[in-house]
Ligand binder design. Structure first.
Ligand code: NAP
Ligand code: GFB
Length: 325
C-alpha cells in the first residue's frame, strides 16, 4: 500500500493533481494505481510551520511518498512587500516536511521550487545546472532563497542518509482554484479578476507595468501530470524544470490581450506604468524533461486560458477573490 501525501493539496497545483488522479483512468500513465491512497491536505489540517503539528500529521497518515507543494505563495507585488515572511514561513514549512519525511523513512519526496529562484543575471536559457550561480532578482529574494535551500537540503539528506528527496522547478502556473485575490495574486489570475470586474462595473481594465516583461505559463493540469510522472519515474536528487518550451514565452501585453479576448471585454484597456515590471524575463529550457518523458502534449495557452476564465466566471462566488470589490 502506497500512501501519497500531497501538502498544499487545497491550492492551485494541489487541486489540479487531485483532479487528474480522480479523472484519469486507473492504471493509465497519469492515473491512480491500484493499492495507492492519495491524501490531499491544507493548512487547516496542520500548520506546517509548526513542528508539533507537522509531526502529528506525518504520524497520522504515515506517507510512503510526499509531493510537497505547501508554501507561502504570491505574485510580484506581495513578494516585494513581504520578503521576510516569504523567507521564514517557507524555510519553516520545508524543514518540517523534509525532517518528518526523513524520520518516517519516506521512500520519496518531491518538493516544488520555481523559476524565480534562478539568478537574475545568468546566461539564458535557464537549465537545471544554473540555480546557485548568482543572486536572485531583488523583488523576490526572500522566497527565492528559501526555495533554493530545499535543493541544498535534498542534497544533504541524500549525501548523509541516502534519502530519495528531489524537487521540481515549474514556471508561472495558472488554472482553476488559483488565488485571484488582487493583493497577492500572480499576473494571470489578477488580470482575469480585474477584467471580470471591469466588465461587470463598466470601469477601465488596468494592467500594471509596461506589459513588456516575458513569461512562460504552464497550465496547472499539465503540471499535475508531470508531477505524477516524476513520482513514478524520476529518482534523481537533481531538480527538474517542468515547463512549456522556451518558444512559448509571451509578453504580459499578449497575456492581457488573451484575457480580454477570453472575457469578451470591449471597454477601456490601459497600462499603469507607475507599477513595477519586476524581472524582465526568466526563460527556462525543458530539454531535460522532454529527454526523459518523451512525448508530452501541453494544452495550448489560449485553450487553457479559456477553460480557466470559464471556471472563474462559473465559480466567482466561491473562488479565492479576497475582499469583494
Ligand atoms: P496556492 O494555490 O497558494 O496553495 C498553497 C497551498 O499551501 C495551499 O494548499 C495552502 O493551504 C498550503 N499552505 C500554505 N501555508 C501553509 C502552512 N503554513 N501549513 C500548511 N499548508 C500551507 O499555491 P500554488 O500556486 O498551488 O503553489 C504550489 C507550489 O507551487 C508552491 O510550493 C509554490 O511555491 C510552487 N509554485 C507556484 C507557482 C505559481 O505560479 N503559482 C509557480 C512556481 C512554483 P490552505 O489553502 O489551506 O491555506
Ligand atoms: O505573476 P507575477 O505577479 O510575478 O507577474 P513574477 C508579474 C508581472 O506581471 C510583472 C505584471 O511584470 C507585472 O508588472 N502585472 C501586470 C501584474 N498587471 C499585474 C497585476 O495586476 N498583478 C500582478 N501580480 N502582476 C513571481 C515571483 O514573479 O513569480 C514569485 O515574485 C513566484 O515568487 C512567481 O515565483 C511564480 O512572474 O514577476
Amino acid at each position: 500500500m502506497s500512501v501519497i501525501l500531497v501538502t498544499g493539496g487545497t491550492g492551485l497545483v494541489g487541486t489540479a493533481i487531485k483532479h487528474i488522479i480522480e479523472t484519469e483512468p486507473e492504471g493509465s500513465r497519469f492515473g491512480k494505481r491500484p493499492g495507492e491512497k492519495w491524501v490531499f491536505i491544507g493548512s487547516s489540517e496542520a500548520d506546517l510551520r509548526n513542528q508539533e503539528q507537522s509531526k502529528k500529521l506525518f504520524e497520522k497518515y504515515k506517507p510512503t511518498h510526499v509531493i510537497h507543494l505547501a508554501a507561502l505563495v504570491g505574485g510580484l507585488f506581495i513578494n516585494m512587500k513581504k520578503k521576510l515572511d516569504f523567507l521564514r514561513d517557507n524555510i519553516l514549512i520545508n524543514d518540517n516536511v523534509l525532517h518528518n519525511a526523513h524520520e518516517l523513512g519516506c521512500k520519496k519526496v518531491i518538493s516544488c521550487l520555481s523559476t524565480c529562484v534562478y539568478p537574475d543575471k545568468v546566461d539564458y536559457p535557464l537549465d537545471e545546472t544554473k540555480i546557485h550561480l548568482g543572486l536572485p532578482h531583488e523583488s523576490n529574494f526572500g522566497y527565492a532563497h528559501a526555495k533554493r535551500l530545499v535543493d541544498v537540503q535534498n542534497h544533504a539528506y541524500k549525501d548523509q542518509f541516502g534519502d530519495n528527496f528531489t524537487s521540481a522547478i515549474p514556471t508561472n502556473v495558472f488554472g482553476p482554484h488559483d488565488n485571484f485575490d488582487l493583493e497577492s495574486a500572480h499576473v494571470l489570475p489578477a488580470l482575469m479578476h480585474k477584467c471580470y470586474l471591469a466588465k461587470k462595473n463598466g470601469t477601465p481594465f488596468v494592467v500594471w507595468g509596461s506589459g513588456k516583461p516575458l513569461r512562460q505559463f504552464i497550465y496547472s493540469r499539465d503540471l499535475a501530470k508531470l508531477f505524477i510522472w516524476m513520482l513514478r519515474e524520476y529518482d534523481d536528487v537533481e531538480p527538474l524544470i517542468l515547463s512549456v518550451g522556451e518558444d512559448e514565452e509571451v509578453s504580459i501585453k499578449q497575456a492581457a490581450d488573451a484575457v480580454v479576448k477570453a472575457m469578451g471585454f470591449t471597454g477601456e484597456y490601459r497600462f499603469d506604468t507607475t507599477k513595477a515590471d519586476g524581472q524582465f524575463r526568466k526563460p527556462a529550457s525543458n530539454k531535460k524533461l522532454l529527454s526523459l518523458i518523451g512525448d508530452f502534449e501541453f494544452t495550448p495557452f489560449d485553450k487553457a486560458l479559456e477553460e480557466t476564465v470559464q471556471w472563474f466566471q462559473q465559480n466567482y462566488e466561491n473562488a479565492r477573490i479576497g475582499k469583494p470589490r
